[in-house]
Design a protein around this ligand. Structure first.
Ligand code: NAP
Length: 291
């Protein structure tokens, strides 16, 4: 059986181009859209990721303002910055990058990101709105999974989809998006028991656990599409997902690679969300001005 590799690269480029076109259009009668990225860590891989967002934003014609408070930043200082950016009319989208300094609670801080600028769906209000079907930004990674499945024409309605991982940033919002698309969703986690009990009969398996080699070939059927969200850095510096790609290749129908799968689409979606936020904010301002 030959497993189709579902690369995210072409889709990422298409989304990046859409963000670019939108940014250009917005800039014809207003400012360029602006994304603010708040950082408070010395972690090298975080800085590498932030630089990759800066580069992608520049290509798309979107301003990227990195606010780096350093490893020693307090929760109070971070909250103040998020409140200022939320009130700043020149900023359209805000991301709070993790990890944060020890003792600083992410859950409390993300509540300071204005929902209309919460382009990575971090504020619990965004998750709540998604849960009840109201307009909100989904976390870019969760939306990236849906975009990949749509791009490759993989049906969701009435399909048996298993999501491994129940975090507020990936597993839970993704499950809500899948439900919205009429999939029959099962969510697995560290206490749900042997994975194969759920995954063996699944049409689609999404793995977002942060555990190298968690899903193996024996866990899936020949009809399964496997989406690997995991990003794990090995001691030699290489990046691998949560799927044991060597054993799943040759068994499943299709598999996303790591790198070059979900991650590449996620960054483009952050930019597209920024332009969507900018469009909505400029419409709201125009309506307000018109009284
Ligand atoms: P997280 O907050 O640590 O959540 C991990 C989830 O996996 C938890 O719900 C956990 O279950 C579950 N889990 C852990 N071990 C398991 C096991 N043996 N069997 C079944 N479930 C297990 O991680 P996250 O932030 O959701 O991220 C997940 C992965 O996605 C990470 O590798 C992360 O780097 C990657 N990621 C990638 C992107 C991208 O753009 N590609 C973006 C974000 C995250 P419990 O709830 O029971 O603990």
């Amino acid at each position: 059986m030959s497993t189709v590799l579902l690369s995210g690269k072409t889709l990422a480029k298409t989304i990046q181009q859409k963000a670019h076109d939108e940014a250009q259009d917005l800039a014809t009668d207003g400012p360029r859209p602006t994304l603010a990225v708040v950082v408070a860590t010395d972690d090298g891989s975080t800085h590498w990721y932030v630089r990759s967002i800066e580069r992608a934003a520049e290509k798309a014609g979107i301003n990227c303002r990195v606010v780096d408070l350093g490893q020693g930043a307090s929760g109070r200082a971070l909250a103040a910055v998020l409140k200022d950016l939320s009130a700043d009319l020149s900023v359209n989208g805000i991301i709070l990058q993790t990890p944060l300094p020890p003792g600083v609670q992410t859950d409390e801080l993300v509540g300071h990101i204005a929902p209309e600028k919460d382009i990575d769906g971090a504020n619990p209000l965004s998750l709540g709105r998604l849960a009840v079907g109201q307009p909100a930004f989904a976390p870019a990674t969760a939306r990236a999974v849906i975009e990949i499945l749509d791009h490759f024409d993989i049906p969701l309605a009435g399909r048996n989809v298993v999501v491994i991982g129940r975090s507020a940033v990936v597993g839970k919002p993704l499950s809500l998006l899948l439900l919205e698309r009429d999939a029959a969703v099962t969510i697995c986690h560290s206490r749900s028991g042997p994975l194969e009990k759920y995954t063996k009969t699944a049409d689609v398996v999404v793995v977002a656990a942060g555990r190298t080699g968690l899903l193996i070939g024996d866990h899936v059927s020949s009809a399964a599409t496997v989406i690997d969200v995991g990003t794990n850095v090995l001691p030699d510096g290489s990046l691998v997902g949560d799927v044991d790609a060597a054993s799943v290749r040759g068994v499943a129908a299709a598999l996303t690679p790591v790198p070059g799968g979900v991650g590449s689409v996620t960054t483009s979606l952050l930019l597209l969300h920024t332009t969507e936020a900018a469009r909505k904010q400029s419409r709201d301002l125009a309506l307000e001005a018109a009284g």
